[in-house]
Design a protein around this ligand. Structure first.
Ligand code: MAN
Ligand code: CA
Length: 249
């Protein structure tokens, strides 16, 4: 048969197979697509069964790897290993040490606060005034009668001194060696009814009368003076004396 007598490509292929001795079973795909069916036949079990199987297997491997990794991670977090224990005890001792430090600082702060309460920060007294405890004292350089002396004190926002303790008496007598000084005590309203100028209760407060004083000599002594040795005498209020003013610091 001549080549040009072949009716179609199938016939041509058949002829070629015969001439090759029938060894080549698979022929090349034809351009017209009529011979695609044998190719699908070979690959179809792979596509239908093996590929999905491999996909499932791969998915299982990935999933189990993720599960294993996660479980390892959570085991590490929940169950600390031996290395964690020293770390934990170190933290515990640090917390204990810090607590002790805080306690000691609080105690120190408390003690400083109470010290500050006992000795509040010093406030300056005005020029020519002397400080004792929480008060400022003015020792006059001239003499006046009792009424003018008290007026002088009030003009400086003070009063004639009120003596409340033996300590204050000692402080005052240290600065009064040059003569007698008026203090803020008198019974001019009513004889024998001694009153402190600031209203301090006379009956319950300390008294430093000199022996046999107050004697109201000649019945004209209604004002108290501080003698050079620190004790008191009642004297006529019109006498001229030095005086002491007192006000809060
Ligand atoms: C003496 C005493 C006092 C009196 C004065 C008056 O020192 O009698 O009691 O007050 O004199 O200057
Ligand atoms: Ca007297």
């Amino acid at each position: 048969m001549e080549l040009n007598e072949y009716q179609n490509s199938d016939e041509l292929r058949h002829d070629q197979q015969k001439s090759d001795g029938g060894e080549q079973e698979v022929s090349k795909p034809e351009r017209d697509g009529k011979s695609a069916a044998p190719v699908r036949g070979i690959w179809s079990p792979f596509i239908s069964f093996i590929l999905p199987g491999l996909s499932i297997l791969l998915s299982l491997v990935v999933l189990s790897t993720v599960v294993i990794l996660f479980s390892q991670h959570f085991r590490e977090v929940k169950m600390p290993d031996a290395n964690f224990k020293p770390h934990h005890s170190q933290l515990k001792s640090n917390v204990t040490r810090l607590s002790e430090e805080v306690r000691s600082l609080l105690a120190e702060h408390k003690s400083q606060m109470s010290k500050q309460k006992e000795n509040p920060p010093q406030v300056q007294c005005p020029d020519q005034w002397r400080r004792f405890q929480q008060n400022c004292y003015y020792f006059s350089l001239v003499t006046k009668n009792y009424t003018d002396a008290q007026r002088s004190c009030t003009s400086m926002h003070a009063n004639l001194v009120v003596i409340n303790s033996a300590e204050e008496k000692v402080f005052l007598q240290h600065w009064t060696h040059k003569g007698s000084h008026w203090i803020g005590l008198s019974d001019s309203i009513s004889e024998g009814d001694w009153r402190w100028v600031d209203g301090t209760d006379y009956a319950s407060s300390v008294k430093f009368w000199s022996p046999n004083e107050p004697n109201n000599r000649y019945n004209v002594e209604d004002c108290a003076e501080l003698l050079v040795y620190g004790e008191w005498n009642d004297a006529p209020c019109n006498f001229h004396r030095y005086w002491i003013c007192e006000k809060s610091a």
